[in-house]
Design a protein around this ligand. Structure first.
Ligand SMILES: *Cc1c(COP(=O)(O)O)cnc(C)c1O
Length: 430
């Protein structure tokens, strides 16, 4: 029994559940989607919240450019390229048996500076927001000052009294660890012991404490939250519930709008934009989807993309039970090479916020992730980590019409020898 219903009752109520329990690729379309302008005013977050997050990132831009020289070209704005895919179409057809109609773009968060994944949006933003609040409270800065000051010894000294804590399957830890250590914070990351070794090594090399847990990711997060609550100078970054993290991700929509305009890509009633977002706990893709609905309204359709072994958001949204149920409740094992998406229970906050905005959610097999990884390199010369490919299958998975945009969410930090293994695995499967 799960929440007083037998598996059979669940399956009768939700026809896709049987396929999901057998790890078959599944598409769920949202019957409850409603017009953006009727839904958005009812929500707990608004356009103003996104604009204020964007303004905070602008205040920090001179500091970011100063301490991370790789962002100097963009004047300290952490942003990724929007790339048109032109050669992958043929191989795509061979692998998934369907042609892509319409232009196909990749939003390359794999190339985000500083930490090489989508987490450089939310994770770094939340660390900056916390540092700013401490500096304002201590009278070290005003909002009109030059934020380059954050690099000074008095700031580092002040921040060194505080610790940042989070639970992470890998990439969130990298973003928070790199940014937190640079500002002078102590950083403690709880990880499941199956997290990628190179991610743990990289964090430790930056002076971050990594605690490994033999249980899964949710247990690691619980542990982090409990420890952090005991200590007033410890700040827990909660990727299931944090609105700050969510808003950091949402800023992506404003940036994407400018890039689409620059490249003369129309988004309107006659040219709908379909966006495919790899989804773990939901904060990253949910924040981006929320931002996109604010910016483009009903002219954008957003879909979550998950591994067949970790379909927590699909399960939560389809049933409307969100974080009340986990994939493990249904015998789904949450074992996938897509470590950024290996989450068994979705964020309830994100699922509920997007209940009437998201167009749907689909699942992809690990096999298809690896195949797409190999052709993405062969055809487009782009190196992605497995999680990052979940969106790429979107045009076939959803049968959408219009312009397609897959969000690639990570890849740049993967060591060469690890990438080679991924690539060969994909090649062997094709
Ligand atoms: C974390 C992550 C995601 C998904 O973000 P969530 O906030 O967990 O949903 C997608 N891709 C990669 C590479 C990630 O690291």
């Amino acid at each position: 029994m799960i929440l007083n219903k037998t598996i059979e009752q669940w399956q009768n109520e939700f026809p896709q559940l049987g396929d999901m329990m057998e790890y078959r690729e599944t598409l769920w379309l949202n019957d409850n989607q409603a017009a953006a302008d009727s839904v958005l005013p009812e929500l707990i977050l608004s356009e103003d919240d996104i604009l204020s997050a964007e303004a905070r990132l602008k205040r920090f831009a001179p500091y970011i450019a100063h301490v991370f020289p790789e962002t100097a070209d963009s004047a300290g704005i952490i942003e990724s390229p929007l790339t048109e895919l032109t050669r992958i179409q043929e191989s795509f057809k061979e692998i998934v048996g369907k042609k892509i109609n319409g232009s196909f773009y990749l939003k390359e968060d794999n190339k985000l500076p500083i930490s090489g994944s989508v987490k450089a949006r939310g994770g770094i933003y939340e660390v900056l927001a916390f540092a700013e609040s401490l500096a304002l409270a201590a009278g070290l800065i005003t909002e009109d000052d030059d934020y380059k000051k954050f690099a000074g010894p008095d700031f580092k000294n002040h921040f060194s009294q505080y610790s940042l804590v989070c639970g992470s399957t890998g990439n969130l830890g990298l973003s928070i660890g790199i940014m937190g250590a640079e500002l002078g914070f102590k950083v403690l990351i709880h990880m499941s012991d199956d997290a990628k070794q190179w991610k743990k090594d990289m964090l430790r090399s930056k002076g971050v404490t990594v605690v490994e847990h033999s249980d899964d990711y949710s247990k690691a997060v619980e542990q982090g939250r409990a420890d952090s609550l005991k200590d007033a100078k410890s700040y827990f970054i909660d990727d299931e519930n944090s609105k700050t993290l969510f808003l950091g991700y949402a800023v992506a929509a404003i940036r994407l709008k400018a890039q689409l305009q620059e490249q003369n890509i129309a988004v309107d009633k006659n040219h709908p934009l379909n966006v495919y977002l790899p989804c773990g706990v939901g904060g990253g893709p949910g924040g981006i989807a929320f931002g996109l609905k604010v910016v483009f309204g009903d002219n954008v359709n957003c879909y979550f993309a998950e591994p067949t072994h970790s379909p927590c958001m699909t399960l939560g949204m389809m049933t409307d039970y969100h974080d009340k149920i986990s994939v493990q409740d249904f015998g789904i094992d949450n074992v996938t090479a897509a470590d950024g998406l290996a989450v068994g229970r979705a964020s309830g906050f994100v699922g509920q916020l997007l209940a009437k905005l998201i167009s749907g959610s689909y699942t992809v097999s690990d096999e298809n992730l690896f195949k797409m990884l190999a052709v993405m390199y062969d055809e487009e010369n782009i190196k992605l980590e497995p999680s990052s490919l979940a969106g790429v299958i979107g045009p076939a998975a959803t049968h959408s019409k219009g312009t397609h945009l897959a969000w690639s969410t990570g890849g740049d930090m993967v060591p060469e020898e690890v990438y080679k293994e991924y690539y060969l695995k994909g090649k062997n499967l094709i």
